[in-house]
Design a protein around this ligand. Structure first.
Ligand code: ZN
Length: 301
């Protein structure tokens, strides 16, 4: 009996010790830094990550398209992910995995371009943000990395008013580099795989830059359309830059890249903080949807 009692006491102590150990291990797990990568989190850690991010998630949006003769097809995807992941490490947010299903019809004549249909682009983006929101991302910042999306994304954001949503889509179309950095050498347009973009790629993935090939094709503006500036056509880009190259990548430097990439990361951090602090947009959306259901009862405020 006594032996049994001692055994029982020892077992009890062991159980308490095991419990303490589990508790401490649990504490150190939960105190460990959570990954900002959606795909690296466990299901339980994802719950904590959404809490820590206050429901703020980033959707870095890239593309697959030719980038002159010297940069990889995924330049925009690689660059925007580099910037978004660094920003999220500074101001915590959950970052959605690789996304490159945007507007790039104008490069369909070049190898390696993936151009999904207009309908699929919108449907996939809607279902992606819906699914993100269903998982707690009530504030979604689409961080754009591709010039060809600059009309698509504001349209997508506007179309969120089509029917009620319990989340807000914010679009960071582009972050302007503030003046004061290293002087750029380009004199003409430098819009695609040129000095600026090659410089940022020298920061994000220098091993993928073949700068020695940058002059093997022309990135000059051919200006083949003779139309007033306020007339828009889909063929304007091809009319000006048929090689899907604008500028001169051979002029790129790591100094310019560092300056531009830092500005981009700072811009995403600033946007994330503003979105976290924003208590108005969802409230206004809800008010709007309520009124939109009864327009005849809506009175001026
Ligand atoms: Zn690009």
């Amino acid at each position: 009996m006594r032996k049994a009692l001692i055994r029982k006491t020892m077992l009890g102590r062991l159980a308490i010790m095991a419990g303490l150990l589990a508790c401490c291990t649990h504490v150190s797990w939960s105190q460990a830094r959570l990954s900002v990568h959606w795909e690296e989190l466990t299901a339980a850690d994802f719950r904590s990550a959404i809490q820590q991010s206050q429901g703020t998630c980033l959707l870095p949006f890239g593309i697959l398209e030719k980038h002159g003769p010297h940069l990889p097809l995924g330049t925009d995807l690689l660059d925007v992910r580099y910037a978004a992941l660094h920003a999220a490490a500074e101001e915590y947010a959950v970052v959605f995995p690789e996304y490159y299903f945007g507007q790039i019809f104008e490069a369909r004549h070049e190898p390696g371009t993936i151009a999904y249909s207009r309908e699929l682009q919108l449907q996939l983006l809607q279902e992606t943000t819906d699914e993100m929101a269903r998982n707690g991302c009530k504030k979604i910042i689409i961080v754009n990395g591709h010039g060809g999306n600059e009309h698509l994304l504001p349209f997508f954001a506007q179309s969120q008013l089509e029917k009620p949503h319990d989340y807000v889509v914010y679009v960071l179309v582009r972050v302007e580099t503030p003046p004061g950095g290293p002087a750029a050498k380009s004199t003409g347009p430098d819009w695609h795989a040129g000095e600026a973009e090659t410089s940022t790629m020298l920061i994000a993935h220098p091993e993928l830059v073949h700068q020695d090939r940058a002059k093997s094709e022309s990135g000059a503006d051919l200006g083949r359309q003779k139309l007033p500036d306020d007339l828009y056509t889909g063929i304007w880009w091809y009319a000006r830059f048929p090689n899907h190259y604008s500028g001169d990548g051979s002029l790129a430097t790591t100094e310019l890249g560092q300056y531009k990439m830092k500005a981009w990361i700072d811009g995403i951090v600033k946007a994330t903080r503003a979105v976290k602090a924003d208590q108005e947009s969802l409230k206004l959306q809800n008010e709007f949807f309520e009124k939109a259901a009864h327009p005849l009862e809506t009175r001026p405020q």
